[in-house]
Design a protein around this ligand. Structure first.
Ligand code: HEC
Ligand code: HEC
Ligand code: HEC
Ligand code: HEC
Ligand code: HEC
Length: 278
């Protein structure tokens, strides 16, 4: 992902900050800083907000369990502001954006997920933004955002505003392709563990999987059906290549089996001959 270098740099800066803090503040503070390492110990946002009640404090705990926390995307990465200056952290001149209003949410999240935002804005959901349609946080939540999966497409989430029928069709088509992907992934991993060169197959699957996971946000039933079928066909080709490897290995095992049996027979014959001549 294009974002990674940037946030890796951010992380590095955070670690460097912790080091300076450690040097200046002495051993006691050092332990505290190390304990909180990996979580941007100097974030004024977190230090202050975790002491605040209700709607101001709740985001901290929710965020800690999120995929964003896991990837070093902290409060200020989304809300802007200066995480190093408690006194002026939420000053607009420091880039503080505040909390987005409903209609602003897609652009707010879309700074880092531009592909998803584009598909969403073209969809029936995007067109109904602010007029009863769902936005990113309706489906993913705001602070406790976790790894996305087809589990999100369920009766409870998707029949609040309309019937579940179209959602069910999308889920069924995607579920089938998803299990195909998972199965092939497991076989590739198995070969890799045995030392077979699976580089090309792995890359092929990676590309297919990425394309597959861009299908959802357009919520276009016929597009999902058509594309899932096309992707199933491409997976079929990987499937055949894996079968060829499996067959070759099975043949080698049979040949190996013959060799072992032959050797055992020879040993037995030798034993018999030896007995006869003794
Ligand atoms: C010294 C304490 C303190 C610090 C530091 C602080 N906040 Fe706040 N924050 C508050 C208080 C108090 C409020 C509620 C009053 C207000 O909106 O000014 C608030 C409100 C907010 C809101 C809600 C605004 C709204 O429109 O409802 C967001 C979002 C927020 N803070 C994010 C941040 C981020 C991001 C940082 C770090 C860059 C940060 N805060 C640093 C105390 C703090
Ligand atoms: C992935 C982006 C993201 C991150 C990271 C994030 N927030 Fe938010 N936050 C949002 C969005 C979006 C909203 C508006 C939510 C809504 O409308 O449901 C929001 C709303 C808020 C509000 C207003 C809540 C209310 O009910 O009025 C506060 C306060 C806040 N965030 C604080 C924080 C703090 C503190 C952190 C870090 C621990 C944080 N946020 C991290 C996206 C984020
Ligand atoms: C500052 C950049 C940034 C912002 C803003 C941001 N994200 Fe993320 N998001 C990331 C990164 C980095 C990851 C982890 C890497 C990945 O999976 O793409 C991530 C991961 C995710 C995932 C999991 C992806 C997966 O593979 O399953 C979802 C869902 C998600 N974000 C939704 C949101 C939503 C909703 C918002 C707005 C409330 C938002 N993001 C705002 C950077 C951001
Ligand atoms: C109607 C519910 C819904 C809305 C609205 C929605 N999403 Fe999703 N999102 C999903 C589902 C379901 C998946 C899982 C799709 C899959 O597994 O292929 C997903 C997957 C994702 C992923 C992971 C995609 C990947 O490439 O692996 C990200 C990131 C994401 N959404 C961000 C967003 C953002 C940003 C918005 C707003 C612009 C948004 N979503 C709006 C339901 C929704
Ligand atoms: C907050 C309300 C809301 C939620 C929640 C919601 N939708 Fe929708 N959805 C709409 C609206 C509004 C439309 C546009 C009018 C219509 O076609 O019913 C729509 C349309 C659709 C369409 C038809 C798109 C088209 O081009 O014909 C599909 C498919 C769909 N939604 C799937 C889902 C799925 C899957 C979920 C759950 C992950 C979901 N929706 C959750 C409001 C919602």
């Amino acid at each position: 992902m294009t974002l990674l270098p940037q946030h890796t740099r951010f992380r590095r800066r955070a670690t460097f900050g912790a080091l300076i803090f450690t040097l200046l503040a002495g051993p006691q503070a050092a332990t505290a800083a190390t304990a909180a390492a990996g979580e941007q110990p100097e974030s004024a946002c977190i230090q202050c907000h975790e002491t605040l009640p209700d709607r101001l404090g709740a985001p901290v705990k929710l965020w800690r369990a999120s995929i964003h926390a896991e990837n070093g995307i902290s409060c200020n990465a989304c809300h802007g502001g200066d995480a190093k200056d408690a006194a002026d952290a939420m000053n607009r001149t420091r880039g503080f954006l505040g909390a987005p209003k409903e209609a602003e949410v897609p652009a707010f999240c879309g700074r880092c997920h531009p592909g998803v935002m584009k598909d969403y804005l073209l969809s029936a959901h995007g067109k109904a933004l602010g007029k009863g349609g769902p936005n990113c946080v309706t489906c993913h939540g705001n602070h406790r955002v976790v790894k996305a999966s087809l589990e999100l497409i369920n009766e409870k989430n998707c029949s609040r505003c309309h019937s579940f029928e179209r959602a069910r069709t999308i889920r069924a088509a995607m579920q089938q392709t998803e299990s195909y992907v998972v199965g092939i992934d497991a076989r590739i991993a198995g070969f890799q563990a045995e030392g077979v060169d699976t580089d090309r197959l792995g890359k092929g699957l990676f590309a297919i999987r990425n394309r597959f996971h861009t299908l959802f946000h357009e919520v276009d039933v016929s597009l999902v059906k058509r594309e899932s079928a096309r992707i199933d066909a491409e997976l079929g080709k990987l499937d055949l290549e894996l079968k060829a490897i499996e067959d070759a290995r099975a043949r080698r095992r049979v040949v190996g089996g013959f060799v072992v049996t032959g050797l055992l027979l020879l040993a037995w014959l030798f034993h018999l001959l030896k007995k006869t001549y003794d």
